[in-house]
Design a protein around this ligand. Structure first.
Ligand code: CA
Length: 227
């Protein structure tokens, strides 16, 4: 992997200056955007390895930017920075499609550690070379070449197109919680209800065991394991 490219969306020039120096020193190729419109423009034309997104932007809440990105289908990992630390704000951030969340003021080392973790995870989800078509889920995996789920003992279980898409979306981001609305928007037709998401979660659990998809109360679902 070359230098990871990072889009820093932040309107505080002092913080931008500080983070830019620091991140460049850590090997990141840093681009800064000072508001949401600028960030969306840049992300429409360039691919970034990771985005650091402030919530308090001059043209609105950073979470609106994040929702737009996810609606466009962008999978770029996003770490949200915010001065708001209440539980509801955390939930809103994860709901909008953030991978991680850091409350200001934060320790710079913590930011760096979390960015490294996000990049490792994104890299892992793309898969190594030989195992590029395997998405691990516990000791079992999803075989992207055939669209089958594979148990640790090698048993293969066929999945419908929708089951496979739903499971793949979750398994590509282990640890990330997906809200039902986001899953509906990503996997199903716009006209489908949120109940369609629950129905397919039920189908997958019936085929692959209850632990294949975890329910995160009040938030949504995340990948579990195939056993
Ligand atoms: Ca701000």
């Amino acid at each position: 992997m070359g230098r990871p490219s990072l889009l820093l969306v932040e309107d505080d020039p002092v913080l931008v200056g500080l983070l830019r120096r620091l991140l460049a020193g850590e090997g990141y190729d840093v681009t800064a955007a000072s508001d949401g419109a600028d960030a969306l423009d840049r992300m429409a034309t360039s691919a970034y390895s990771v985005v650091v997104l402030d919530r308090g932007l001059p043209d609105g809440d950073g979470l609106a930017v994040l929702r737009r990105l996810r609606t466009r289908g962008s999978d770029t990992p996003v770490l949200v920075l915010t001065a708001l630390g209440a539980v509801e704000d955390r939930v809103a951030g994860l709901d909008a499609g953030a991978e991680d969340y850091l409350v200001k003021p934060f320790a710079v080392d913590e930011l760096l550690a979390r960015l490294r973790a996000l990049l490792r995870r994104a890299d892992g989800a793309r898969g190594g070379d030989a195992a590029a078509h395997r998405l691990g889920m516990g000791r079992g995996w999803l075989d992207l070449a055939t669209g089958e789920a594979v148990r640790p003992d090698g048993t293969r279980i066929g999945l419908s197109r929708t089951e496979r898409d739903l499971l793949e979306t979750l398994a590509r981001r282990p640890g990330r919680v997906f809200g039902r609305e986001e899953l509906r928007d990503r996997v199903f037709a716009a006209a489908d209800t949120l109940g369609a998401v629950d129905t397919y979660v039920y189908y997958l659990r019936r085929k692959l065991g209850h632990a294949v998809i975890r329910t995160v109360r009040g938030l949504g679902y995340r990948a579990g394991e195939i056993s």
